[in-house]
Design a protein around this ligand. Sequence first.
Ligand code: SF4
Length: 345
Amino acid sequence: MLQLHKKLLTWYDSRTREMPWRDHPDPYAVWISEIMLQQTQVETVKGFFLRFMKAFPTVQALAKAPQQDVLKAWEGLGYYTRARNLQKAAQQVMEQGGVLPSSSSEWAELPGIGPYTAAAISSISFGEYAPVVDGNVARVFARILEWRDDFQKLPAREKLASWLQPFIEKSKRPGDFNQAMMDLGATVCTPRNPKCIICPLRKGCAASAKGLQEELPFKPLRKTIPFRFVVAVEIHDQTGLVLFAQRVHEKLLGGLWELPSLDFGKGESPEDALQKLLASLGFPTAEPTYIGEVEHTFSHFKQVTNLYRLNKSIARPKVKETPTMLFKKPSELPLTTVTRRALAL
Ligand code: SF4
């Protein structure tokens, strides 16, 4: 692997790159794209990135935007903590004079920026020799080196970063070196069916030589994910607006909007929970229609939502609107993914 940096950069230079953030070398755009690319595929990010940059073209614009607008622009990307942290970090930057940091250690002090995002931004925007070890890069090198470490854990990532350090220094192009590694993981050394035949690092790759691609990287056994059961009710007013409730800010998906809903536990039926929910909304005797079920997987649990719909004619007069409980068009609010899926049923 002596020529690792050369092989990577030759491959990188030969590729046509259609990633809109590559046309924006400024640190703000690199930062936005790197946050969007955490947990989201390149193809999905493209459209979101362009729309977000149009809505919030500078760190100032992002810092002073209403949070609801930021969440709306993020709607569909998921993992909304990323959007909230982006805005918090933008506000922090503005409080400190409005100049974006130039080193990875300063970037890592902002909310939502871990060591690898900090390394990506500072290497791409400022030429810092800091190797990125994200999930894609960890997968590539776990296979090449046949390392069976748990790359979810920091010590394993630090060990790989140290191994990569001399190569990034020899490359003289730290930003491109990092982007080449990340692109290789995203497009060639993919989690399933890696395209070894076209891989520039195949010679010297232990997994390819020994047929270990499916075994690596090592994945510790995951605990079974618990289920959570919810009833939700879709209530329309006579003009077709829908009743939405805002989620509590400090909790999961805080600040987003959803259909009025209620969790129910073991020993409780969805019908009982529905009656409680309807009574709390002022419809104790209503008989809504069952619409269907939405199953959604969060990082630590699965949620099964039973959706009911209430007849138009009895709706609006009984519901007392508050700032966190409103009749609105679905397009006017940042909605949770479960809500968007439920409304599509
Ligand atoms: S040869 Fe195959 S397994 Fe090895 S790094 Fe390339 S794509 Fe991944």
